[in-house]
Write a protein that binds this ligand. Structure first.
Ligand SMILES: C[S@@+](CC[C@H](N)C(=O)[O-])C[C@H]1O[C@@H](n2cnc3c(N)ncnc32)[C@H](O)[C@@H]1O
Length: 240
């Protein structure tokens, strides 16, 4: 089962954004996908046009955003296979209605809170892509009995976006480094991971410089913490 998921679609889809392509390519063949926070609706359209999903339920908390998706689906003639629901997170999806949920383009905290409050409505397969706090999202998955079976790290512009495929199952506990950088990414070692680790090292150096100039009473303790983090990241870089 895991091998099947890790075998990525070779032909790929052709959206203008690398991030959106990676998200769509990560979705396994599904009867019904719930695209939570669909906004523009491009993910739904591509899922249907590429034959990955039979149906997509597009949801959004913002009516204006949902209207964009409605317009795009109508322009593409896909109104039979894409439906639209206005509301918060998983609350507009019934339990068992979707086999896969895509939640992308939000912070990791928001995605985790959508999953947390969705309870029984959360399907067994999730494709998640956060802008921030990927560690927190991996922690949520592990604590809630989801296994990360595939991951990609997309660099678009200056931003890094993890794209995670998780399925329900017993998660072996993840190490500190695995939570931080992703268990699959650490195994597959994509070029973007090295660039991401370099970015993190750069950031710790900048913070260290600022701390040295600052007049905080606890600055020595903070510098020690930053140095420990830097050392940890350097160790990861050596393995890539
Ligand atoms: C930046 S857009 C991302 C659009 C698309 N998923 C992507 O990855 O490009 C985030 C969308 O999530 C919606 N959103 C935020 N919180 C939400 C929630 N709790 N439930 C449903 N949609 C939400 C916003 O209204 C917005 O349209």
């Amino acid at each position: 089962m895991i091998a099947l998921y890790i075998c990525r679609r070779s032909e790929g889809v052709k959206l203008s954004s690398k991030r959106l392509n990676a998200i769509v390519n990560m979705v396994p063949k599904s009867q019904t996908v719930a695209d939570i926070g669909c906004d523009h609706g491009k993910i739904a359209v591509e899922l249907i046009e590429s034959g990955i999903a039979e149906n997509v339920i597009c949801t959004d908390i913002s009516e204006n955003s949902l209207d964009k998706a409605k317009k795009l689906a109508a322009a593409k003639g896909l109104c039979d296979s894409v439906t639209f629901r206005h509301g918060d997170g998983m609350h507009v999806i019934r339990a068992g209605e979707a086999d896969t949920a895509v939640i992308a383009g939000m912070g990791g905290e928001l995605i985790a809170s959508i999953l947390q409050s969705g309870e029984t409505r959360v399907p067994d397969t999730l494709v998640l892509s956060c802008n921030t706090a990927s560690r927190l999202l991996r922690e949520w998955l592990c604590d809630n009995v989801f296994v990360i079976v595939d991951e990609q790290l997309v660099l678009e512009g200056r931003h890094f976006y993890p794209v995670i495929l998780a399925t329900r199952g017993n998660c072996e506990s993840l190490s500190d480094i695995e939570l931080e950088f992703g268990p699959v990414l650490l195994r597959t070692k994509p070029k973007t991971l090295k660039a991401y680790v370099n970015r993190r090292i750069e950031l710790t150096k900048n913070i260290r410089k600022k701390l040295r100039k600052a007049s905080k009473s606890n600055k020595d303790a903070l510098i020690k913490e930053i140095d420990a983090q830097s050392k940890k990241y350097e160790e990861v870089r050596k393995c890539l």
